[in-house]
Design a protein around this ligand. Structure first.
Ligand code: NAD
Length: 401
């Protein structure tokens, strides 16, 4: 089969195994070119390990610190007539490279919100690793089936209180148009907090502690985003922001528990990047395309792997006392939020139209990154190669459930 991109709205429903492998290889090379981490993590659990920030964190831990990694994700394996999801191919490639390097790498493919998957992970750690010293929590999901009530919660991206109208871009067509988001109902706010807040993170830490597989002094980090004021009505002050506030609150409770064994739990506020999760958010892609242009011009552009490596090398395992913001969070969005960067983005935001979009915004960079998420548009990959999507690529983990 010749695999081509099939874009449906903000998603690409196909993925290219060779392109995904090349992307993973590029990230590994980036980490390898940096000095190895002193006293970095040794045994790492990454929840949400197959794409975006979780995948890059796994790569930074494995190839920057020689860590054994256990990854949890929810990805579609291939069938004879349909390619797998990108995260599945990414994980095949990651595990292959990690094992070649002599590193432990296993994955559990299933619903991280469920008790069964947590139990399976606890048993795998106990059997293979003994205990983990770092837990990265990097889930982004549109829904969660609550493991106790069985209720299905769906997250929405909506403002709270009043409707919000803003410009947004249709990346595929290159058109700028207004979008109005109606305010969330109280139930939608609760549902979004249930999916993207800190409840599940707390359950993970609880399960790992009860299973005796969290090493003394272990750290756990969950990812968050704040962003600039122009996106606040829809993000920071909206349903997702409410979920992230819950994450901050839970972090304090989890931190208190982990401190009992000399460990700690932290939220890291990361920068805006193109991932499957962020491309689904209205308004944000236009902001990201402008931000990319400004940060590239200033020579401070970063993607997921640069951020993940900086989190480990300069913050968590940097040796110096960890600098935190007033809310006790790590700020990896420090360069994004620099006043000179934000002033310039705001200036461009006020000027950008459909006509000048490609000259004012890095729309090409955005499109490239978007296609790369699914393994397309990667230099050196033969996209005319006839591929057996299931036959050639044996999976890291069959999907459970
Ligand atoms: P992503 O879509 O690239 O990755 C999500 C991961 O979660 C994947 O590995 C996926 O398989 C996994 N997942 C989803 N549902 C699952 C389930 N039920 N069970 C098991 N695994 C499941 O997302 P991302 O953008 O890397 O986001 C990760 C975190 O980083 C989120 O908390 C997000 O808010 C945060 N963040 C993202 C950005 C950004 O710009 N993308 C910026 C700052 C912070």
């Amino acid at each position: 089969m010749i695999i081509r991109p099939k874009i449906r709205g903000f998603l690409c429903v196909t993925a290219h195994p060779d392109g995904c492998a090349a992307n993973v290889g590029e990230q590994i090379d980036y980490v390898r070119r940096r000095p190895a981490l002193r006293d970095g993590p040794r045994k790492v659990l990454v929840v949400g390990a197959s794409t975006g920030y979780g995948l890059s964190s796994r790569i930074a831990a494995a190839f920057g610190s020689g860590a054994g990694t256990l990854g949890v994700y929810f990805e579609r394996p291939p069938s004879s007539d349909k390619p797998a999801s990108a995260g599945w191919y990414n994980s095949v490639a990651f595990e292959h490279c990690a094992r070649e390097e002599g590193l432990y790498a296993r994955s559990v493919n299933g619903d991280a919100f469920s008790n069964e998957i947590k139990q399976q992970v606890v048993e795998t750690i106990a059997r293979d690793l003994g205990a983990v010293d770092l837990v990265i929590y990097s889930l982004a999901s549109p829904r969660r089936t609550h493991p106790v009530t069985g209720e299905v919660h769906r997250s929405v991206i909506k403002p709270i209180g009043e409707a919000f109208t803003s410009r947004t871009v249709d990346i595929d067509k290159g058109i700028i148009h207004d979008v109005t988001l109606e305010p969330a109902t109280p139930g939608e706010v609760e549902d979004t907090v249930a999916v993207m807040g800190g409840d599940d993170w707390e359950m993970w830490i609880q399960a790992l502690m009860e299973g005796g597989v969290l090493a003394p002094g272990a750290a756990s980090v969950a990812y968050s985003y704040v962003g600039p004021e122009m996106t606040w009505p829809m993000y920071h002050h909206g349903t997702i922001g409410r979920a992230k506030a819950d994450l901050d609150e839970r972090a304090r409770a989890i931190d208190a528990r982990m401190k009992e064994t000399g460990g700690r739990a932290l939220v890291s506020v990361n920068k805006a990047v193109v991932t499957q999760a962020s491309s689904a958010i209205p308004v944000v892609p236009l902001y990201i395309a402008l931000l990319f242009r400004v940060m590239k011009e200033k020579g401070i552009h970063e993607g997921c792997v640069e951020q993940a490596h900086r989190l480990f090398a300069d913050r968590l395992y940097g040796g110096d006392a960890l600098e935190l913001d007033a809310e006790g969070r790590i700020r990896l969005d420090d360069w994004e939020m620099r006043p000179d960067v934000q002033d310039e983005v705001r200036r461009l935001w006020d000027q950008v139209t459909g006509e000048n979009l490609s000259s004012l915004a890095d729309i090409d960079g955005y499109r490239e990154d978007f296609l790369k998420l699914f393994g397309f548009g990667v230099p050196g990959v033969d996209y005319e190669r006839d591929i057996d999507p299931a036959g050639e690529f044996t999976g890291p983990a069959e999907r459970v459930g």
